[in-house]
Write a protein that binds this ligand. Structure first.
Ligand SMILES: Nc1nc2c(c(=O)[nH]1)N[C@H]1C(S)=C(S)[C@@H](COP(=O)(O)O)O[C@H]1N2
Ligand SMILES: [Mo]
Length: 374
């Protein structure tokens, strides 16, 4: 944690990469304790109960008076709008089931480790989000010719690598207008909880978490590309000091419900020898999942999992359930792996896809298991 004589370091400090074998710091633990993951046994739920959904907050959860809340729609539009609670309720409403994942998911498994929120694999969840389609609101405001980007500003304020800011992310106009994006005020049929963006958040299906702006207070249509911190500096694929490519949609990932029962400290799984049905979920922000493969011998061989029939209630943005029959005959330690392929043919890597900010590490999950004789 920050000691008084180290306070100066965050004024201009660039993101750091840990030295080889450098242990997790109290700064990282502090972030990990605030920003919780979804315990992987909760992969069993089609829709993640709100309290089990992963949580990420860059700064503080703002304390917001929902009744007095106004959303401003401004910038390069014909009519600026101020949308209050009553106006929102009178607009057309839609519900979408959407899998969210933090772009930093998998960061703590990279070597060397980029220092930031140290996720393993659990920064994921699927919720039913209800609200007003953003395209309808933008049409009402009348986007003017020459508009290129839309910026979304939250009510939370902080300083990040020396840049003081209200959390703001931009989307290209075409993405903002694609009809899928929502201004959501309900999660799983209840008003948004404070930590998930009450009273209104953006839901941009298929995009990594950074695009899902919470505590939304301003939507600004721009006639030039948005160049704020969260787009221009953060969320870039880069190896060194170059600008890098932007992080956008969620790369494919499969996760398995850890079988058997855990050892308290190591969380190694104890599994009785015999037949087991391994189950899990797979998703991609680029389109439907084409297949999931499972290895029960540490990656030496792979077999195809069965994809559950697509649930008609799930729509195109929610994770897909899969299962795999495992005959655990060999007693002793092994490792279970799973990997997804999406319809674009993108497949999860077995080797780490390292980058400087620890973005989108969708390297396959590995679950250490001890098979014991029954
Ligand atoms: N205003 C605001 N919106 C935000 C954030 C934030 O810090 N402030 N964090 C983003 C990130 S990085 C993620 S991964 C998602 C997490 O959404 P959740 O906490 O509802 O799961 O919110 C996004 N929206
Ligand atoms: Mo995130």
């Amino acid at each position: 944690m920050t000691s008084p004589n180290s306070v100066q370091r965050f004024v201009s400090a660039p993101a750091r990469v840990a030295a080889p074998d450098e242990a997790l710091s109290l700064d990282e633990l502090q972030l990990a304790a605030r920003n919780h993951g979804m315990p992987l046994e909760a992969l069993r739920y089609d829709v993640t109960p709100a309290g089990l959904h992963y949580l990420l907050v860059h700064y503080d959860i703002p304390f917001v008076d929902a009744a007095g809340w106004r959303l401003a729609v401004t910038g390069h539009v014909a009519r600026e709008l101020t949308i209050d609670l009553a106006a929102r309720r009178s607009m057309p409403r839609t519900t979408r089931r959407v899998t969210f994942e933090c772009a930093g998911n998998g960061r703590a498994r990279l070597s060397p480790r980029p220092i930031s929120q140290p996720w393993l694999t659990e920064a994921v969840g699927t919720a039913e989000w209800t609200g007003v389609p953003l395209a309808a609101v933008l049409r009402e405001a009348g986007v003017l010719p020459g508009a290129v980007d839309v910026a979304f500003t939250g009510a939370d304020h902080g300083i990040e690598r020396g840049v003081e800011q209200d959390y703001t992310r931009g989307l290209r106009l075409a993405d903002a207008m694609d009809g899928e994006v929502l201004l959501a005020d309900e999660m799983n049929g209840a008003p948004l909880p404070p930590q998930h963006g009450a009273p209104v958040r953006l839901v941009a299906p298929g995009w990594y978490g950074m695009a899902q702006v919470k505590w939304l207070q301003r939507v600004t249509v721009l006639d030039r590309p948005f160049d704020g911190f969260q787009n221009a500096t953060a969320y870039r694929f880069k190896q060194g000091d170059e600008a890098g490519e932007p992080v956008t949609r969620i790369l494919p990932r499969a996760l398995m419900v850890p079988p058997g029962f855990p050892d308290f400290m190591s969380r190694v799984r104890i599994v009785d020898s015999g037949r087991h049905l391994l189950t899990g979920r797979a998703w991609s922000g680029w389109g439907p999942i084409a297949g999931v493969e499972v290895s029960t011998d540490g990656g030496a061989s792979w077999g195809n999992a069965a994809l559950d029939p697509a649930d008609p209630g799930a729509g195109r943005w929610a994770w897909r359930k899969w299962s795999f029959e495992w005959a655990a005959v060999t007693e002793g330690p092994t490792e279970l792996l799973c990997r997804a392929t999406d319809q674009l043919g993108q497949v999860q890597p077995v080797e780490q896809p390292w980058n400087r900010q620890g973005m989108a590490n969708n390297m396959v999950q590995r679950i250490p298991v001890l098979v014991r004789g029954s």
